[in-house]
Structure formats: structure tokens, C-alpha cells
Design a protein around this ligand. Structure first.
Ligand SMILES: CC(C)(COP(=O)(O)OP(=O)(O)OC[C@H]1O[C@@H](n2cnc3c(N)ncnc32)[C@H](O)[C@@H]1OP(=O)(O)O)[C@@H](O)C(=O)NCCC(=O)NCCS
Length: 182
């Protein structure tokens, strides 16, 4: 199934494509973006990091129907890429996101999450969304809390910044449906 473009009040979410590597590379190669991401992200970020991730990992996973990636773009400036949001069928890791620092703290990722959560539960019909995060990543936690997710597990994980306390949050389809009624 071809991935649709999604829209929110302030954003366009366009399906990820290889040409996006050029805009992703300088935005993603930023300590403030990567430090609480999984240690699988190479750091220092190689010059071809975005291109090889898209070509060898994200786009093949989209093609095989187990991951869904969108770029975030301001609705009034759709050529400009400002972040990425992803859904994955990986157990215990169903959603990931980042947005460039200049665009943070404006509620934009909350808008993007609302759109992709709907896709996860209504289009993909998944019963449960689980999202891991570093305990130190307060912004990511606030986002999950606001969405009505529950903290279900704590532990430790390897991040780009090193081994750190981690959390697992979840929301079931039934719980998500309840949040849509208010
Ligand atoms: C996590 C991230 C995506 C949040 O994006 P954002 O667009 O700034 O988020 P929002 O503006 O929708 O804010 C969500 C909540 O986090 C809070 N928040 C945002 N940045 C914050 C910060 N630096 N410190 C504390 N709280 C913060 C907001 O106030 C908001 O809380 P509220 O609902 O109580 O007002 C962004 O900080 C980011 O890209 N970080 C780097 C990559 C990353 O860590 N990804 C997540 C891995 S699990």
C-alpha cells in the first residue's frame, strides 16, 4: 500500500524518500538531536549517514511493509524538511521521532504524533503502541504522558550518549479510542 501524505494544523507529513537524505544529514548530525537515540545511530555521524540509513534501512523496511516513515514539513513551506516520524512493527519499539532544535517546543511533534497514532490504530489496526525512551528525555516523556500513555517498564539501555536509565511506555487501541472522544 502506498503511504499517504498526512496533514495536521501546521504540518505536512510526507512519505520518506531517498532525496530527503540531503536535508536530513545536516539537521540530524546534531548532538541535541541524537543523544537520547538508540546507540545503533553512529556518532560522530558520518558524512553519508543519512543517505546510507535511508538506502539500506528505512526505505527497504518501508518497501517490505514493516516500517512507515514520514518527513515533517511546515504546511506553509512544504519544501523544507524539519524532522522525521516513524512507525515500526518492532516489538517494544513502535514509534520514533526527531525534530530540528529550531522547531522544538512549539507543540509540533505532538501534532505529528496525533496523526501517526491515528494511522497506527485506524489504518494499520495495531492493538498496542509501545515506545521506549531514555528517562532523561523529559520532552519525549511529556509527550507520551499527554497522549495518555502508561509507563510500564523501567530498565537501562544503550543510547548515543551511553548506557542510561530507560523507560517503556504504552497505549492500547481501546485506551487511544477513549482519548479521541474528549
Ligand atoms: C522529543 C522531541 C521530538 C519533542 O518535540 P517537540 O516538538 O519539541 O515537542 P512538543 O513541542 O510537542 O512538546 C511536547 C512536550 O514536551 C515538552 N518539552 C519539549 N521540549 C522540552 C525540553 N527541552 N525540556 C522539557 N520539556 C520539553 C513540551 O513543553 C511539551 O510538554 P507539555 O505538553 O506539557 O507542554 C524533540 O525534543 C526532539 O526531537 N528531541 C531529539 C530527538 C529525540 O530525543 N527523540 C525522541 C527519542 S525517544
Amino acid at each position: 500500500m502506498t503511504l499517504p501524505t498526512l496533514s495536521t494544523p501546521r504540518l505536512l507529513l510526507q512519505p520518506l524518500q531517498l532525496a530527503d537524505a540531503e536535508q536530513i544529514q545536516p539537521l540530524f548530525a546534531n548532538w541535541d538531536v541524537v543523544r537520547y537515540l538508540n546507540s545503533a545511530v553512529p556518532w560522530p555521524y558520518p558524512a553519508d549517514g543519512a543517505l546510507s540509513y535511508l538506502r539500506n534501512a528505512a526505505l527497504p523496511a518501508m518497501a517490505s511493509g514493516c516500517e512507515w516513515h514520514w518527513t515533517l514539513r511546515p504546511a506553509n513551506d512544504a519544501e523544507r524538511l524539519i524532522g522525521v516520524i516513524s512507525l515500526m512493527d518492532t516489538p517494544g519499539n513502535n514509534r520514533g521521532f526527531w525534530i530540528a532544535p529550531a522547531w522544538q517546543r512549539q507543540g509540533l511533534m505532538s501534532e505529528a504524533c496525533a496523526a501517526v497514532n491515528r494511522y497506527w490504530f485506524e489504518v494499520l489496526q495495531r492493538p498496542l503502541m509501545r515506545v521506549p525512551k531514555a528517562a532523561a528525555n523529559i520532552a519525549s516523556q511529556r509527550l507520551s504522558e499527554r497522549e495518555g500513555m502508561r509507563l510500564v517498564e523501567t530498565g537501562e539501555s544503550d543510547y548515543v550518549a551511553g548506557r542510561l536509565p530507560s523507560q517503556l511506555w504504552e497505549i492500547s487501541r481501546e485506551e487511544w479510542l477513549t482519548t479521541q472522544q474528549t
